[in-house]
Design a protein around this ligand. Structure first.
Ligand code: IFG
Length: 507
């Protein structure tokens, strides 16, 4: 009996019973969850070979048109005026601020409207997720290219939605960093914090202190290849990120995590002797010399050159794990260097509250505890990066081949299951500037390693940064996250197939 059933089904399939038409992406499949999303049932827009794109912001229109040309094979010209039957990106306004947008999909046309270019960019990211996953393919794929009809009105909960990449422990070429920018921008992350210096490496050219890069940047953890960015490369990255509404925030960690600088210049050391380059993974053993004036000349010149090529409003001065700096020296040092940020607003790891942060200085919380009254002091703004929830270098579970476990293990549900507004008791929600997911790279060597640790947890962090708390729901998020799997496969993202998520077959 069983054999006959199998034969019958095989016959049906082989005699060309038409395969079901490809399902149109669900209007509710977007990550991060929008503020409001109203599908128009039965309405779909189809991108055809006659489709064109108009944009009040040329760069954003170009990015969308280029992507569609690549995956549909259609010409997708840039229209000189909003096309009746195409895709229009208009600065005609939307409810909310600079990053707000409204997306309208009808059978006839797609319109994204916003107040500022950033809003248009985010509307396009939402549109991308309403297209079939193959629309993100780097090569031409078969259609049809349908978009579900309806209206989305959206704006972010927090202004600061960040990812951090540690390029000091291991160096990553510009192409790998730009690829990460592409990935985080799809989830409306708007900051990439680059950890540019540490004990194991200095990764940015400073003209007045050339050995920092050439010698201090010559190696990495485990003796892996070193490297550094020229100023031109850094500026190229800044522009690449800006075109994707991502602001680069450079970090020069100090006074600790400075062995690469101390190894490069003997004069920077209190004893006048340069230590050897360091390729291990210990922390807390290095300190700039607080009592020497050259230290402050060094910091001022480094920050001056960095500020001159950083259009963004922030410089990150680190300040973490200064175990080799006395408490008194730490206060003296941090209080002297904060005014050397050349007009930029200072961010420091929350250890900086042990000095006297300027009123404008932002503290980045990286603790595991839900209690730290000092962080909130003086009404300062706080970026939430609790290591037990947001550190992407933590293993998913004890079997994860990459990563660490000092802050615990972080599965997708742990990464999603917290509220930045209430995580730290005693911190008024009004002081939360936003969230950031750091990826430290002691154990991370390649782009595929970055993918594995960042996906699928970074989209969880992105949703905490963007979506209203009222949309926060693990069951709903799980299914929206699962819908990203086929997209990541098409994009070549080497993501971790968490068993907490029901990934679609083949994704
Ligand atoms: N803590 C250190 C990082 C890195 C990290 C790895 C901070 C602020 C542990 N400082 O996190 O340099 O080593 O998880």
């Amino acid at each position: 009996m069983r054999i006959r059933v199998v034969l019958v089904s095989l016959v049906l399939v082989t005699c060309g019973v038409s395969a079901p038409a490809r399902a149109v992406v669900s209007f509710g499949a977007v990550v991060p969850a929008p503020v409001s999303s109203v599908p128009a049932s039965g309405v779909t827009y189809q991108i055809t070979s006659s489709a064109s794109v108009y944009s009040d912001v040329p760069g954003t229109g170009d990015l969308l048109a280029q992507q569609l040309r690549r995956s549909t094979g259609y010409p997708v010209p840039i229209a000189s005026a909003p096309p009746a039957d195409g895709i229009s990106l208009r600065l005609t306004g939307a409810p909310g601020g600079d990053e707000a947008y409204q997306l309208d999909v009808t059978a006839a046309a797609i319109t994204i409207s916003a107040n500022k270019p950033a809003g248009l960019f985010y509307g396009v990211q939402t549109l991308r997720q309403l297209l079939p996953p193959t629309a993100d393919s780097p090569t031409v794929q078969p259609g049809p290219w349908q978009v579900p009809g309806g209206r989305i009105v959206d704006q972010p909960r927090y202004a600061y939605r960040g990812a951090m990449l540690d390029v000091a422990r291991h160096f990553f070429p510009l192409s790998a960093v730009e690829r990460y920018v592409d990935q985080i921008a799809l989830y409306k992350i708007n900051v990439l914090h680059l950890h540019l210096s540490d004990d194991q490496g200095w990764r940015i050219v400073i003209d007045s202190w050339p050995r920092l890069a050439t010698y201090g940047g010559s190696t990495a953890v485990g003796g892996d290849p070193g490297g550094y960015y020229t100023k031109a490369q850094y500026q190229e990255l800044v522009a690449y990120a800006a075109a994707r509404s991502v602001t680069i925030i450079p970090e020069i960690d100090m006074p600790g995590h400075t062995n690469a600088a101390l190894a490069s210049y003997a004069d920077l050391n209190c004893n006048g002797v340069a230590p050897p380059l360091y390729t291990g993974t210990d922390v807390g053993f290095s300190s700039l010399c607080v009592s020497k004036e050259i230290t402050y000349t060094f910091v001022d010149q480094v920050l001056g050159e960095l500020a001159a090529i950083t259009p963004g409003p922030y410089l990150h001065l680190g300040g973490d794990e200064a175990s080799s700096t006395s408490a008194a020296d730490y206060k003296t040092f941090m209080n002297r260097v904060q005014p050397l940020a050349h007009g930029k607003t200072v961010i420091g790891w929350h250890d900086i509250v042990n000095a006297t942060p300027l009123p404008s200085t932002v503290a980045q919380y990286w603790g595991t505890s839900t209690r730290n009254a000092a962080v909130a002091g003086a009404g300062r703004k706080v970026i939430m990066s609790p290591a037990s929830r947001a550190y992407l270098d933590m293993k998913y579970n004890r079997r994860t081949p990459l990563g660490q476990t000092w802050a615990g293990v972080i599965e997708v549900r742990d990464a999603y299951g917290w509220d930045p507004a209430t995580f730290l008791s005693g911190l008024p929600s009004s002081q939360v500037l936003g969230v950031e997911a750091p990826l430290w790279t002691e154990t991370i060597r390649t782009g595929a390693d970055i993918d594995y640790m960042a996906f699928p947890r970074l989209p969880a962090l992105a949703e905490l940064g963007w979506s209203p708390q009222s949309t926060h729901d693990w069951t709903a998020f799980k299914s929206r996250l699962a819908a990203q799997g086929p997209r990541w496969r098409v994009m070549g993202v080497n993501y971790y197939h968490s068993t907490q998520i029901s990934w679609p077959a083949g994704s």
